[in-house]
Each structure stands twice: as structure tokens, then as C-alpha cells.
Design a protein around this ligand. Sequence first.
Ligand SMILES: *[C@@H]1O[C@H](CO)[C@@H](O)[C@H](O)[C@H]1NC(C)=O
Ligand SMILES: *[C@@H]1O[C@H](CO)[C@@H](O)[C@H](O)[C@H]1NC(C)=O
Ligand SMILES: *[C@@H]1O[C@H](CO)[C@@H](O)[C@H](O)[C@H]1NC(C)=O
Ligand SMILES: *[C@@H]1O[C@H](CO)[C@@H](O)[C@H](O)[C@H]1NC(C)=O
Ligand SMILES: *[C@@H]1O[C@H](CO)[C@@H](O)[C@H](O)[C@H]1NC(C)=O
Length: 442
Amino acid sequence: MLDMLLLLFALATPSRQSPLPEQAQIGRADAFTRPLSFTTNGTFQVSIFEDLHFGENAWDTWGPQQDINSVKVINKVLDRESPGLVVLNGDLITGENTFLENSTLYVDQIVQPLVQRGLTWASTYGNHDHSFNISGEGILARERRWPNARTRSMVPGRAAGVSNYYLPVYAAGCSDELQCSPELLLWFFDSRGGFYFQERHPDGSQVGQPDWVDAGVVDWFRQTSQRFVARSGRTIPSLAFVHIPTEASQALQTEHGQQASVDRHRQPGINDDYPVAQQAQGWCADGRNDGSCGYGGQDVPFMQAIASTPGLMAVFSGHDHGATWCYRWDRLVPGMTVAGNGVNLCFGQHSGYGGYGNWIRGSRQVRLDLRSLRAERWEAETWIRLESGDVVGDVVLNGTYGRDWYPATPNTMTYCPTCNYTVVTPGPGSFQRKMSPVRRRL
Ligand SMILES: *[C@@H]1O[C@H](CO)[C@@H](O)[C@H](O)[C@H]1NC(C)=O
Ligand SMILES: *[C@@H]1O[C@H](CO)[C@@H](O)[C@H](O)[C@H]1NC(C)=O
Ligand SMILES: *[C@@H]1O[C@H](CO)[C@@H](O)[C@H](O)[C@H]1NC(C)=O
Ligand SMILES: *[C@@H]1O[C@H](CO)[C@@H](O)[C@H](O)[C@H]1NC(C)=O
Ligand SMILES: *[C@@H]1O[C@H](CO)[C@@H](O)[C@H](O)[C@H]1NC(C)=O
């Protein structure tokens, strides 16, 4: 009965049309041509939304209802948080489910709450953003119709993927970015995966795209970050965002088993996805992806880079909806070839009503303090703001993270209040909604 009332209520709510980008930000568009900066208070906050999975089953009533509820999640979080940047950390859209002619229009629904608040955002693309009927290039073009979008593509070539770029963050009051040196760098990577846009093998099957950060992108990252060091004469602290986590996250998570590796008081968070799916999953070392290999190791160059970049405080991933912890990677985990240097590997919170799993939706927040960074205390505070308004997993990623005690995160489930999943009609793509909360998704 309650479901029914909520459904009727949702149907009675007029659908809000997105204004045209040109109309939306008159008088404020200049705010988005300026570089990102710390507040006058000396803080900079990022709100990460990930795995929004818009566009599922447009032909069943529950598909559009999921997206309406996902927009509500974004609004509920942003009613309580005031970020200087929103990061959309991959799987914005479930591309296997969308139609060629309008697959990227979901971008407008996703960013509507950000545009209404005058917020600026930056995306990485996930495996579901690369599919037969949708491409990273197409999503980027749609995003960039909005002046608020800071998503870029800095590494050319088919192998690079799309969302590889950086954004500098300056101190408040730096009106000329050529005069000031950045206080913080934000790096965005495309871990690719999914399928190449509109490509088929001779037998008609879709062409799988490798699911790791390409070695050419890693070279670009190393060279570009070294250039920043050379130009500014100092290490510039940084954060990185990439949709699919690396093998290091899985190795840390499985080292001593599910209960003992990720400690509910030392690395608070949900730890239901066990083991987490990682980059290079489903590929062989020789480049085959015919289902014969579990993990091909092609993310080693990226892991080497993140474990040897001074000042890189944390890498934030999504992809594994049932993992929400941060782990300080500060050693060689047995069986691995790359040793961590203290970089934190964090998952966020599943933000959308699309995609597998019913863990409560939310958004990871990250706050940096310029005074700490300038004192070379490269640490960040991070917490998860849930759609309920509650905060969980509030931790400081500092030198003792992993030893400090924090309250455990409750493992709460929520269900789409207006979605009637009785009828699930198979669609054009290969996608089927996964009703089981912990089904793996490749
Ligand atoms: C859900 O959909 C089914 C099939 O159309 C219908 O029989 C059922 O009454 C619906 N449930 C609710 C709560 O609306
Ligand atoms: C500035 O910092 C103070 C103290 O931390 C805080 O109470 C206040 O809300 C902050 N103001 C802004 C605009 O962030
Ligand atoms: C895309 O087209 C399909 C089929 O006509 C429709 O059901 C769906 O609502 C459309 N999606 C958007 C975002 O316009
Ligand atoms: C790290 O932060 C925690 C929580 O604020 C604090 O208890 C601990 O002393 C800090 N460690 C360092 C090295 O600053
Ligand atoms: C791609 O979009 C076309 C045009 O709407 C549709 O006919 C087709 O079924 C879709 N294909 C897949 C694999 O989703």
C-alpha cells in the first residue's frame, strides 16, 4: 500500500525539464571558466557520486523510476554538503540498456541537481559508459554542453580511453593561474572496459574493450606530474579518481580473509563484495578475453605509478557497489609485485538506484585543508553522506590510518520506494537487472 502511494505520488510529480545549458547559468558561467580553488577558509571539498547507472529498462515503469530516485539521492546529499567540486566516478549510465539515438541524454538528468545549485563537476567513465550504443566521447560531448562541466580528454588515441585529465586547485584569491602554482592536483583516469562503440566481430558479437588504465596513459601521468614538480620546485599533493580499482585493493582485502583483512574499526565500511572486481579482470596476460583467465595483470604499470607518486594521498574508485572502505597501502602484500608507499585506496558509496545491490545509497566526501598540505601533512578527511542524511565512516587518511580506531559502518539496505519490479521485460542489449545483491558484474 505504501509502495502504491509512493508510486502514485511519483507519477503525480511533474517531470522537471532540464533548462538549456545556455539559459541555466547566465551570469554565473564565468565561475566555471576560472580554475578550482580552496575556499577562503582554506578547505576544498569533493563529493563523489558513482555507479549512478541511469537509463536502465526505459521500457519498464521501474527504469525511469530508478533514475528519479537517483536524482533524489544527489539532492539529499547536496542539501547537506557544500563541495567545491562534484566527481561522477564512472558508470553514469548503463549503456547496454540504452538506445543509440538518445543514450547520452541521461547526462542531463544526472547533472540537473548540480546545475540547479551552480556546482561544477568532473567525470571519469566506467565500463558501463563504454558500450555498443554509447561511447565515452558521446558522454563527454553531452557533458560539455554545460558550462559547469570540467571533464576533459587529454590523452589521444583509441587505446587511451576518454576521461584521462587533471584539474589543478589553487589557493583562494589566485586570480591568475599563470602566477600561482597549484596547491593540489586532481587526476582522472579512464579504466575503460565494456565494449567499443558500434563495433562488431565478423561473427556479430560486440568487441570488448580492455578494462585497465592504458600504459600510454600511465606514461602521460608520470611525465605530466614530473613536469609539475619541475615547474613548481616542490611536490604538489594530489588525489586520483578511477572507476575500477586495481589488483592492490583485492590483494589487501583478501590477504587474511574477509573478516580479518579489512577491519570494521580500522577500515570502516561495507565489505560485502568479496573479492572485489579489479582492473584487468577477465583478461589474460597475452591479451585474450575469451573467459579463460581471471586476471591478466595489465594494471601493474598503473599500480607502479600510483605507488611511486610523491604526495598522491588517495585513489578513489567505484565499480564494486558492495565495498565502501579505505585502505592505506603501505607495504608489499604477499603475491604482489608492486609495494604500496602509503597511498590510500578508497571505495565510495553506490549512489544510484540502477546497478546491482541494495546497499543504502550515498556519496563519499573528501575534505582537504590547505594549512596541512602546505605543512606537507598530506592527509584528507573523508566520510560518507548517506541519502538518509546520516554520516558513516568518517575517518582521517593520515599517517596512522589503518591503526586508528573508528566506529564500524552499519550495513544498511534500502529499496527503490517507487519501483515495481514485478515486470522485467528483456531489452535490446544483453543487460539483465541483477536482483541478487552480490552477483558479480564483469
Ligand atoms: C506491480 O505490477 C504488477 C504487474 O503489472 C501488478 O500486478 C501489481 O499490482 C503492481 N504492484 C504495485 C504495488 O503497484
Ligand atoms: C569555515 O571554517 C569554520 C571552522 O572550521 C566553519 O565553522 C565554517 O562553516 C567554515 N565556513 C565556510 C564558508 O566553509
Ligand atoms: C530514449 O528513447 C527510448 C525509446 O524511445 C525512451 O523510452 C527513453 O525514455 C529515451 N530516453 C531519454 C533519456 O530520452
Ligand atoms: C590521524 O587522525 C586521527 C583522527 O583524527 C587521530 O586520532 C590521529 O592522532 C591522527 N594521526 C596523526 C599521525 O596525525
Ligand atoms: C542500440 O540502439 C538501437 C537503436 O535504438 C537498437 O535498435 C539496438 O537494439 C540497440 N542495441 C543494443 C545492443 O543495445
